[in-house]
Ligand binder design. Structure first.
Ligand SMILES: NC(=O)c1ccc[n+]([C@@H]2O[C@H](COP(=O)([O-])OP(=O)(O)OC[C@H]3O[C@@H](n4cnc5c(N)ncnc54)[C@H](OP(=O)(O)O)[C@@H]3O)[C@@H](O)[C@H]2O)c1
Length: 322
């Protein structure tokens, strides 16, 4: 089969023909129709990810066919028995195991779910990582409820746009931050109540004035000193869920604000099989369609990864596989 191979960090991916090894018991080969990228793929090409093994096939998101069944793939491998956190054998498809930037991917059959029939192949491939991360962050960890007010930081990202769609589907008042006024406008078109540009002075005070009330939940994938500026914007008993650290370490967190407001600061990564199943049910029930920012073909994967690195997207960057 053909696959885009990353031979070592810092290099570009190169198309190569590789052998398909015999599957072990329970493993199957999915013929991929589409894949999608995550920031993780970009970090790996730069060598900035723990436990790197080379050569490798990137890609944690995929949708395709096996026999006459149309499937999406749960990218979490060996979550374990505890829904509260994954166990020691946990892995994500696309390093160390080969990923979805290929014509076929080998996965265990327990990782296969029926493709939601209202989704195109690109939309289906866009769903797994962003969908399960947003779902667990909002519902399993953040316990968001109808009637609450939510803030999503860095709305251009894949997880962030999924969280927006989930919030809007449930009728949650959702606000956003972004480095781009255009992306804030796009978020409003998709149902956000409003937003501020976090690169501008006094963005936090501006946000507080616009909303005129406080947030019950924040979904954050950036970290950085901007995170601590969110504390004054929180309601008592607010939950701040962190799923990523794109912009670096958090400084200057005020313990007083955390304990006085009884805030919960929660971490969340990917999701258990239960989270994944509930996420797919939710997407089917509300007929949610992931936002596709760009689509590239498999042999253009290097351009697609560069775009993710520059953060130009609004939503997911997909790879269609001939
Ligand atoms: N824990 C998990 O399971 C999990 C799963 C997926 C991703 N992640 C992590 O979550 C992060 C986002 O992943 P993704 O795949 O959704 O990434 P992505 O699609 O590449 O999006 C990254 C977004 O981060 C935003 N951003 C950058 N600097 C920011 C800042 N200072 N403040 C607020 N937002 C900022 C940008 O939003 P604007 O363009 O709107 O400015 C950018 O579009 C990455 O760090 C990734 O490694 C974690």
């Amino acid at each position: 089969m053909n696959a885009m191979i990353l031979w070592s960090p810092g290099q570009t991916l190169a198309m190569a023909e590789i052998d398909m090894t015999l599957p072990s018991i329970g493993d199957v080969y999915v013929r991929l129709k589409a894949a999608a990228l995550n920031k993780r793929d970009y970090w790996i090409t730069k060598g900035k990810y723990p436990g790197l093994v080379f050569p490798l096939i990137l890609g944690s998101d995929g949708a395709g066919i096996i026999g006459d069944r149309e499937v999406i793939i749960d990218p979490s491998i060996n979550w374990g028995d505890n829904n509260r956190h994954f166990g020691p054998g946990f892995k994500i498809i696309g390093m160390p195991d080969n990923g979805t930037l290929a014509e076929y991917v080998k996965v265990h059959e327990v990782n296969l779910y029926d493709k939601p029939s209202h989704l195109s192949w690109d939309e289906a491939a866009a769903l797994p990582v962003a969908g399960v991360t947003a779902y667990r962050s909002m519902f399993t960890r953040g316990k968001v409820q109808k009637g609450e007010r939510m803030l999503i930081t860095g709305i251009g990202g894949g997880v962030a746009t999924m969280a927006l769609l989930f919030g809007v589907a449930l009728g949650i008042e959702t606000w956003v931050t972004s480095s781009s006024d255009e992306k804030i406008e796009m978020a409003i078109i998709h149902g956000a109540k409003g937003g501020v540009n976090y690169t501008k002075d006094n963005w936090d005070k501006n946000l507080g004035q616009q909303v005129n009330q406080k947030f019950d939940i924040v979904i954050d994938g950036a970290g950085s000193p901007t995170f601590s500026k969110l504390l004054p914007l929180m309601n008592s008993s607010g939950r701040m869920v962190i799923y990523g650290g794109t912009a670096g370490n958090i400084n200057d967190l005020s313990p007083q604000r955390i304990f006085w407001k009884h805030l919960d600061i929660l971490g969340s990564t990917m999701g258990s099989p239960d989270d994944f199943r509930h996420m797919v049910d939710f997407v089917n029930e509300y007929k949610i369609k992931p936002i596709i920012s760009h689509t590239f073909s498999l042999d253009e994967a290097n351009e697609a990864i560069a775009l993710v690195g520059r953060g130009e997207q609004f939503g997911k960057v997909c790879i269609s596989i001939p």
